[in-house]
Ligand binder design. Sequence first.
Ligand code: DUT
Ligand code: MG
Length: 242
Amino acid sequence: SLTISKGAVEFKNVSFHYPESDVPVLRDLSFSVQPGETLAILGSTGSGKTSLFQLVPRLYDVTEGEVLVDGKNVMNYPIEKLRKGIGVVPQEAVLFTGSITENIGWGKEDATSDEIISAAVDAQIHETVEKLPNQYDTRVGQRGVNLSGGQKQRLSIARALVRKPKILMLDDSTSALDLKTEGKLLKALRTYSCTTFIITQKISTAMEADHILLLDDGTVEAWGTHEELLNTSPLYVKIVQS
Ligand code: DUT
Ligand code: MG
């Protein structure tokens, strides 16, 4: 049956409102991302970035239009196959009461210790884990050690990486990282060759992407590379200058 093989993503005239309201949150979005490309999504708070994300792994379904993965409507995939190929790192990192190993391996119980460590190295959290009282056996979450926001984000990224997703979606997941650490993370992500959606507030991150999508009140305000947007989008220029 259907599984994600390459990771191409296309939005075709997508509109969306939440089930409990009829206010459109996304209106007529169309764009496509090729396998292995990185798309940075920018936009002010409430512009619809997280909502857009949720439509790919079908946490919500589109109201109008289509989301295609590898040319096929996401509605046609068995949902567990679809989600297996997509690593979503949510805006608020969620840790469970359990060890670091359990937290990274959550949802992939057959992950080997080497795979866990390798994901942690790439997510730039390995060195922090090594310094914890019981390294990978250290308990986190309620009644466990306290981790900073940025450390939780990186654990959450490691959890997505250990599954070797074809599509990786980072919802502002690097907001608490310093530029140097973020740079190392983005470099490591390239070795996964996965299609990457990265919601970010940072122009430095957006500049590295193959495409930038600037959302404004649920519509595509601008699409292109950093250089293209500097020439075509007054809103983008304003963000760059702020
Ligand atoms: N919204 C709802 N119900 C929800 C979530 C969001 O009605 O369960 C609304 C709030 C907002 C719009 O959808 O008007 C877009 O929200 P979203 O969370 O997608 O915005 P964002 O771009 O991710 O904002 P932020 O930068 O604050 O995360
Ligand atoms: Mg959001």
